[in-house]
Ligand binder design. Structure first.
Ligand SMILES: [Zn+2]
Ligand SMILES: [Zn+2]
Length: 529
């Protein structure tokens, strides 16, 4: 999201998205930053609300589009710094602290502490010449949390007093009733798991879930269990948080992964990355019995302490089955309270609205259905319908003290990337999907340059259509049909190799559709000799 006043732009968060199974060969997705790069001289800064991938994962791409200073809290910048180092990107990083406003061009940005599943999360009250824009970031109220971790509702209410032009508010959990419980809600279930597990307890949560890791490390220490961290992102992130003093292990002994095979590590609590069933993650390797340092089995319990992100359910389900195959016990949010969300439920959202009393609400974060429900919730809470602006990627809203209106849309979208960070075009993804569901046919046709007649019977190679024996039979039949179709044409058509290629394609498409009910991709190779 871009906030723009005259010739000055701020970018709010720069997140990435992980692909679904319908995008074969795509490894991550970042926003299309063209709008930013076209205005690179006017970009005054990039503001990060917190350290989750979907808020900082595309930072290096945003910086490539428009080099500018990056603002965020200590932990957020700690995570971001690692990410930028990995990509060899340099940027000026400016630390934000709650209660300490910073001037950025014509804007004055006030960081406000909010509770979320990663510590050091911020809402940002941005004073602009047109009025105050308050971005909640991802948040829940969590009134029971320790003072340094709960949402600073007093600061939010102060902005309500001063006047907020627009509130941009998290919508992720708008379908959940009540208030979202605090982190402590997971303690009883984990105590139970620690008490009944003879062997190791493997906990998989997001590598950014610092409060969760801290809570569980303290429980492990109390139970006399050492702790260990497995998986690159898990190790990187916990080290960043430990270095900054934002994570304490509560006196638990920390083991190196290589020591996990030793006898004294037989009751360790191990934090493992891969709660989403990602194929190459540490937990996936453990579930297949292929991890270098850990072999899980009978007596061990694996806890999935995270919700499966929509689209990942099948991968997670497969992971759980594989863990059961090893003889482990598996506990997940569907069977015990081992996860609480970091996003506010309906009562949290209404509370934010009532404390900040904005002139306009712009629902943010979440799918369209959540934005729409957030708008309805606000209406129920008393905000007139014309003061809620539901916007999607590419929408431009113009706000002033005298009103709000929609401007013409701009082009905005996403860029699909593979592991090597090169772009995967949509058409490539479409082809891959086509190939994976329908298969491929490659006819090799050799014709005489002078006569246009076949030099030899066509050769047809197929993949992914039918089993091998049947494929050979079909290919032979297809070859005969092709021979007739090519040799049977008038000579002037035969001599046009482009026409021949089209003819071969049409014939084979029709043939395979009729015989196999598939629509394979046909790629003719026509050679003239
Ligand atoms: Zn988020
Ligand atoms: Zn988040």
């Amino acid at each position: 999201m871009v906030l723009e006043w005259e010739e000055h732009l701020l970018l709010l968060d720069a997140g990435m998205l992980f692909p679904t199974a319908e995008m074969p060969g795509v490894d991550f997705i970042v926003p299309d930053f063209e709008y930013l790069s076209e205005r690179r001289d006017r970009v005054r800064g990039i503001l990060l609300t917190h350290g989750h991938e979907d808020h900082i994962g595309a930072l290096s791409y945003a910086l490539a589009a428009a080099p500018s200073p990056v603002y965020g809290s200590r932990l957020t910048l700690g995570f971001a710094r690692r990410r930028l180092q990995e990509r060899g990107v340099r940027a000026e990083l400016v630390t934000l602290r709650p209660g300490e406003p910073v001037e950025i061009g014509p804007f004055r940005v006030h960081p406000i502490r909010v509770a979320h599943s990663v510590v050091d999360s911020l809402a940002l009250a941005i004073e602009t010449p047109a009025g105050v824009v308050l971005a909640s970031g991802d948040f829940k109220i969590d009134a029971q949390a320790r003072a340094e971790q709960r949402t600073d509702v007093a600061a939010l209410a102060e902005w309500g007093e001063r006047g907020v032009l627009a509130l941009l508010s998290d919508s992720t959990n708008v379908e959940q009733p009540g208030h979202t419980p605090g982190e402590d809600a997971v303690v009883p279930a984990f105590e139970e798991v620690l008490a009944r597990t003879r062997g190791r307890v493997l906990v998989s949560c997001f590598a950014t879930s610092v409060p969760r890791i801290q809570t569980l490390a303290a429980l492990a220490a109390a139970a006399g269990r050492p702790v260990a961290f497995l998986g690159r992102r898990m190790i990187d992130n916990t080290e960043t948080a430990l270095d900054l003093g934002l994570l304490q292990l509560g006196g638990a002994t920390r083991l190196e992964p290589a020591r996990l095979g030793d006898a004294f590590a037989s009751r360790a609590l191990v934090f493992v990355s891969g709660s989403q069933g990602e194929p190459l993650s540490a937990l996936s390797m453990v579930s297949l019995g292929e991890h270098r340092d850990v072999a899980a089995g009978p007596g061990d319990t694996v806890v999935l302490s995270a919700r499966a992100i929509p689209g990942n359910e099948r991968g997670v389900s497969r992971l759980i089955s594989n863990l059961y195959r090893l003889g482990c016990d598996v506990v997940h949010p569907g069977t015990a309270k081992v996860h609480v969300s970091g996003h506010g439920s309906r009562d949290d959202l209404v509370e934010l609205l009532q404390r900040t009393r904005p002139r306009y609400l712009i629902p943010m974060h979440g799918e369209y259905r959540m934005l729409a429900q957030h708008a309805r919730l606000a209406a129920q809470a008393g905000l007139p319908a014309d003061r809620v602006l539901v916007a999607e990627d590419g929408d431009v809203l113009s706000l002033s003290a005298s009103g709000a209106r929609r401007e013409a849309r701009i082009t905005a979208g996403r860029v699909l990337l593979d592991r090597g960070a090169s772009e995967v075009e949509d058409v490539v993804v479409r082809d891959r999907r086509h190939l994976s569901s329908e298969g491929i046919v490659v006819p090799i046709v050799v014709v005489d340059r002078q006569t246009g007649r076949l030099e030899s019977p066509p050769e047809i190679v197929t993949r992914g259509i039918v089993d091998t024996a049947e494929a050979a039979e079909l290919a032979e039949e297809a070859g005969r049909i092709l021979a007739g179709a090519i040799d049977g044409r008038p000579v002037e058509e035969r001599l046009d190799s482009e026409l021949t290629r089209e003819r071969v394609k049409d014939e084979l498409r029709r043939f395979y559709r009729r015989r196999t009910q598939r629509r394979p991709m046909v790629i003719p190779v026509v050679m003239e000799v």
